[in-house]
Design a binder for this molecule. Structure first.
Ligand code: ASP
Length: 321
């Protein structure tokens, strides 16, 4: 039996201790811990990595604190369009959904596309139609409403500005200033199961006030999400456009495959060098088939956690060891 591991993230960005109330810090940490627990429970019951990452992401999608599923941000038209992907490193099977509305758990839709369709990616109305066909739970607009995110949207509504989750501080707006703070609230999970199979999943509401139809890196296989037993499973969070241009998750895999770098080395190079050169702010979590995990970011903080069968259990927010 190999070491089994789950890691999760709840977004990266300008996350500072001084801006966070103790209650919010506890709530975020509880949300991450819960996601770790549900994913770990799947792994310890001999479940697959792909089932574990799905379970962890569903728990984060159901948590209004995170920008995915229920807590998804408002787009330019006041709607919530969501992106998600899942990939199984044992066979390179992948499923993804882009710009879908109403679906309670977009990661489940991505899984259904992977398992029950001949396609890898569905978008918009067609994706919603497929969700209905598969009997997935749909919600009306009120389910996705949160006063906090509505206020975020109000601040830049009617402009061409887009903001990554929590991008505009209410005080900045009151003072008529542009956004100074950036946070990316996408969620993701990566896991190694007892059989040494790995998987990754990512889910997001994207960017506040985004153009309808805008698709970020999260659902793009190789950009925001990738898994291959030979190398790594990666889930990214950050400013989607540079992450797409850098083919970020697959680049980590390539550095391991072609250059023989370790997971940690490859992630460090991509996050702190390659992404930074194109203003790609954010981070990623990764595992390999041996159960090693890394969590690397170039922003001030990243909501993140890791748990493994050797007893490691860490939930972190800021730049801390
Ligand atoms: N990467 C996501 C996107 O650009 C945003 C995030 O990570 O919060 O859609």
């Amino acid at each position: 039996m190999s070491l089994f591991t789950i890691a999760v993230h709840g977004g990266a960005g300008t996350i500072r201790k001084e801006d966070m109330s103790p209650e919010m810090e506890i709530a975020y940490k509880q949300g991450l811990q819960h996601a770790l627990e549900v994913g770990y429970a799947v792994l310890s019951a001999k479940g697959s990595a792909v089932d574990a990452v799905q379970a962890a992401v569903v728990s984060l999608e159901d948590n209004i604190l995170f920008n995915a599923g229920r807590g998804s941000v408002f787009g330019k038209d006041g709607k919530h369009e969501m992106d998600a992907a899942i990939m199984d490193g044992s066979n390179l099977a992948a499923g993804a959904v882009a710009a879908v509305t109403s679906v309670r758990n977009p990661v489940k839709l991505a899984r259904a596309i992977m398992a029950e369709s001949p396609h890898v990616m569905l978008s918009g109305a067609g994706a919603l139609e497929f969700a209905k066909l598969k009997g997935l739970v749909l919600e009306d607009e009120s389910y996705f409403y949160s006063p906090f995110r509505f206020r975020q949207w109000q601040q830049i509504k009617g402009t061409d500005e887009t903001a990554l989750d929590h991008d505009v501080k209410l005080t900045d707006h009151a003072a008529g200033k542009a956004a100074a703070e950036k946070k990316f609230g996408t969620v993701g999970a990566v896991a190694t199961d007892m059989n040494g199979n790995i998987a990754a999943a990512t889910s997001t509401g994207g960017m506040t006030n985004k153009q309808w139809g805008r698709i970020g890196d999260s659902p793009i296989i190789g950009a925001g999400t990738y898994a291959n037993n030979q190398t790594c499973a990666i889930s990214c969070t950050g400013h989607g456009e540079p992450f797409i241009r850098a083919v970020t998750a697959y680049d980590v895999s390539c550095l391991m495959e072609y250059k023989g770098l370790t997971l940690e080395q490859a992630m460090q190079l991509v996050v702190h060098d390659k992404l930074l050169k194109i203003d790609g702010e954010g981070g990623m979590i990764g595992v390999d088939a041996q159960g090693n995990a890394s969590m690397v970011f170039n922003s001030e903080g990243m909501y993140r956690g890791v748990k493994n069968s050797k007893g490691l259990n860490n939930v972190l927010i800021y730049r801390e060891a």
